[in-house]
Design a protein around this ligand. Structure first.
Ligand code: HEC
Length: 432
């Protein structure tokens, strides 16, 4: 079935490339007519787009039915071809390729959409439509009933027309004893909160307000819960506060939102074998000249013990362009882990590795984070290409970092996991 579709596609692509005159009537060629919305395109939309493109969600238009999708066929082709939709910016050609909840399209799916759009974007037979995808987000938590729900301290009203708003809101957790966390999930208010909440990053603060507990959870549209691998978890200390770093944007209608952080704990007294930590590997000494297209900055973090990296999230501001992370081993060998080659400030995405793709690194490995900023007029998001810019908290300042989730392992654990991976012929990353 898949092979049939692909060969039909190849024929169509060849026909289009070789014979432009025929291509104009390509909708009528056998191969192109084979590709229809009902049979081929709708399943892709269900998997990769409808999470956001449906009524009462973040995206500007719904993509549930042929009628809704048809007017957008050209725009869809363009956005998927440049890989700006679905929002997922990790480069598929570098390093580790398996991530949890990866919505991105395969190159075959992108070609399929392009050929369909170029050949008349036909509906085909409605009887070929897959059953509609069922979205159950009516307030249900994916992580199960949380033991603790902390709400951001204020309900924030986003006016119908307003500039974007970023800020930090701090709430008490009310926790009276140290507890280990098994799973976390962040939810905007039901009834439209997801339309205005662009992102919310929760950080655990101590009683004095220092961010010593690290990042608890990051929410961006379309995100479900985060489960830490079995036997690992984060520690929430008694008396912790929670800082919500939120970004709201208006959608032409007044909407009020209040973010909820749900937490599922391990049983009282349980201490997981591995404690997940989050570190910001940041370069704060930024010097980005006016007009510079490729201002590079470097940051380093040394893992003192053997480590498993469970995920990372690039963070820059409007001039952020790209981020690569690599491992510098104790013997100075360097291995690329991943690159986010088209960083987009509007999408704060955590790239969580699957359990058996998560890089495991020997003690003493240095994580090297390389970021590039574009302060030229070529960057449409640049507030002002005439100004030098340095590090700072305001959106118009810059940042340069990766948030990295990891846990330490013993050397024995490292060795036995590495041996198991070698046996499966998948030791680490690009060596696969
Ligand atoms: C995580 C949420 C999310 C997913 C998944 C997603 N989109 Fe989007 N999409 C958005 C948002 C939000 C916008 C508007 C803002 C922007 O472009 O970032 C948008 C904009 C678009 C636009 C441009 C609309 C315009 O006004 O020009 C197109 C086309 C599009 N998406 C197609 C798709 C397709 C096709 C898929 C799946 C292959 C997809 N999107 C997946 C959230 C999403």
């Amino acid at each position: 079935m898949a092979i049939k579709t692909r060969s039909a596609l190849c024929t169509a692509v060849l026909a289009l490339a070789a014979a432009p005159l025929i291509a104009q009537t390509a909708g009528k060629t056998e191969a192109a007519r084979d590709i229809t919305f009902s049979k081929d395109i709708a399943p892709v939309m269900q998997r990769a787009c409808q999470n956001c493109h449906r009524p009462n969600n973040i995206a500007p238009m719904s993509l549930l039915t042929y009628k809704e999708v048809r007017p957008w066929a050209r725009a869809i082709k363009e956005k998927v071809a440049e890989r700006s939709m679905p929002p997922w910016f990790v480069d598929h050609n570098v390093g580790i390729k398996e991530f949890k909840d990866d919505p991105s399209l395969t190159s075959d799916e992108i070609k399929l959409i392009a050929t369909w759009a170029d050949s008349g974007a036909h509906e085909g037979n409605p009887a070929d439509m897959p059953p509609p995808r069922h979205f159950d987000d009516s307030g249900r938590w994916h992580i199960g009933t949380p033991d603790l729900i902390v709400q951001s301290p204020v309900a924030f009203t986003v006016k119908a027309k307003a500039t974007d708003w970023w800020g930090n809101l701090v709430a008490e957790t009310g926790l009276t004893e140290d507890r280990y966390i098994k799973a976390v999930e962040t939810k905007p208010s039901p009834n439209g909160g997801a339309r205005v909440l662009h992102h919310s990053v929760q950080t655990m603060l101590d009683e004095e307000g220092n961010p010593d507990g690290g990042t608890l959870n990051e929410y961006a549209v379309g995100k479900n819960g985060d489960y830490f691998p079995d036997g690992s978890g984060k520690l929430m200390r008694a008396g912790s506060k929670l800082q919500f770093n939120v970004h709201y944007h208006s959608v032409g209608e007044e909407i009020t939102d209040q973010v909820s952080q749900g937490v599922v704990f391990y049983p009282k007294g349980y201490v997981p074998k591995h404690v997940v930590r989050t570190v910001q590997v940041a370069s704060t000494d930024l010097d980005i000249p006016a007009g510079e297209e490729n201002a590079r900055s470097d940051a380093y973090f040394k893992f003192e013990k053997a480590t498993k990296v469970t995920g990372f999230m690039p963070h820059m501001h409007n001039r952020g362009k790209a981020e690569c992370i690599e491992a510098i081993y104790p013997d100075m060998r360097v291995e690329p882990l991943n690159c986010v080659s088209k960083f987009n400030f509007g999408w704060q995405i955590v790239y969580n590795y699957t359990d058996d793709s998560a890089p495991i690194l020997p003690a003493g490995t240095i994580l090297h984070v390389i970021n590039w900023h574009d302060n030229s007029t070529k960057n449409a998001g640049n507030p002002d290409a005439r100004n030098w810019v340095g590090y700072g908290e305001r959106t118009n300042d810059e940042m340069s970092k990766a948030w990295v989730n990891f846990y330490y392992m013993t050397d024995e654990e490292y060795k036995s996991e590495m041996d198991a991976r070698k046996a499966k012929k998948r030791p680490l990353t690009s060596t696969r």
